[in-house]
Design a protein around this ligand. Structure first.
Ligand SMILES: Nc1ncnc2c1ncn2[C@@H]1O[C@H](COP(=O)(O)OP(=O)(O)OP(=O)(O)O)[C@@H](O)[C@H]1O
Ligand SMILES: [Mg+2]
Length: 335
């Protein structure tokens, strides 16, 4: 049996830009633009990339909130874009999401018990809903006496625990976490990340973990995929990424991580990318990164480098990958 849970092939999600009185489509925001990746059962694939590169659009497209322009999304080998109503109903149970903002992702008027019970009632999975809710609360570290409280009575970390309990209620196969700890204090971030890890072991969960914070990614991911303007630039196992990332964009991201050792921090060489992220409505021709790449040549401006295998589980989309290992400094940081 295949170990692949999710496979995305050449996915494109374009949003029309409409102008004028008659709302004529003049162009498209190419939020996801030919993206392929695989997530295996029981692993955590982290997606990293700067704001606006299409991470949340990718997440929303996978859970079926928007219909992609083209491409394939295979879940357990079946293309979800061809699913009928009943299959979609099952898929909504199998794939759950945890959102960035624990303040807005919970209904402020609903009690904690009711929030966590909602999916159980919708899918009628148990007769004793309250018992299951209390079991879930215990799993995520919420006291039973919180059952009747409202979300505003909780801190950010606790609210995220409520969101996580809701997400695991139906025993999903995949959880998409969209920046789930970005809104939390650093000390709380670590607790919530540990909770994600414990639950993964206990419930055999698979995560697609979206984050722009490489220190967080280092702690949670089995594999890392770097996204830029709707495409994957590099993908590899965690250790390979932090030791041998070779896409110039990955190297720039790694060089931006501050070092805990003040002496080393003084000598840290930061690769500062020139220019801003180009508009996804008009992505550069050839390699989309060429306008900011210190190593770009004519071939990069003319052709799009394919995502090629460079080593075991290591893929890179670049004609001139960086041969040296990325800065020692970047690595020692995030241990
Ligand atoms: N429904 C939509 N209609 C039009 N454009 C959209 C829509 N959703 C997203 N976009 C555009 O698609 C691009 C990618 O947005 P997306 O929210 O996926 O980025 P992101 O990587 O999640 O960013 P962030 O790190 O800030 O959350 C942006 O340019 C955004 O403006
Ligand atoms: Mg986002």
């Amino acid at each position: 049996m295949s170990n692949r849970l999710l496979e995305i092939r050449d996915l494109k999600m374009y949003f029309p830009i409409e102008e004028g009185m008659f709302k004529k489509t003049t162009n498209y925001v190419k939020a996801v633009n030919g993206l392929s990746l695989t997530v295996n059962k029981g692993e955590t694939l982290a997606i990293v990339g700067e704001s606006g590169c299409g991470k949340s659009t990718l997440a929303r497209t996978i859970i079926g909130l928007q219909k992609p322009t083209s491409g394939e999304i295979l879940f357990e080998g079946k293309n979800i874009l061809e699913f009928n109503h009943q299959e979609m109903h099952q898929l909504r149970r199998d794939i759950q999401m945890v959102f960035q903002d624990p303040f807005t992702s919970l209904n402020p008027r609903m009690k904690v018990g009711d929030i966590i019970a909602a999916p159980l009632k919708a899918y009628k999975t148990t007769k004793n809903v309250k018992h299951r809710v209390l079991e879930l609360m215990e799993l995520v570290g919420l006291k039973p006496e919180y059952y009747n409280r409202l979300p505003h009575e909780f801190s950010g970390g606790q609210r995220q625990r409520i969101g996580i309990a809701r997400a695991i209620a139906l025993e999903p196969k995949l959880i998409i976490c969209d920046e789930p700890v970005s809104a939390l204090d650093v000390s709380i971030q670590a607790q919530v990340i540990n909770l994600f890890k414990d639950l993964q072991k206990e419930l055999n969960l698979t995560y697609l973990f979206i984050s722009h914070d490489l220190s967080v990614v280092k702690h949670i991911a089995d594999k890392v995929a770097v996204m830029y303007l709707g495409k994957i630039m590099e993908m590899s196992e965690n250790e390979t990424f932090f030791q041998e990332a070779c896409h110039p964009y990955s190297n720039a991201l790694l060089s931006a991580i501050p070092l805990p050792d003040p002496e080393k921090e003084k000598t840290r060489e930061r690769i500062v990318l020139k220019g801003d992220l180009p508009s996804p409505a008009n992505p550069p021709a050839g390699c989309v990164f060429h306008t900011r790449c210190p190593f770009a040549q004519d071939s990069c401006r003319e052709n799009t480098p394919p995502l090629e295998k460079r080593g075991e589980e290591h893929f890179v989309s670049c004609y001139f990958p960086v041969e040296h290992k990325p800065a020692e400094k970047a690595r020692s940081v995030v241990n």
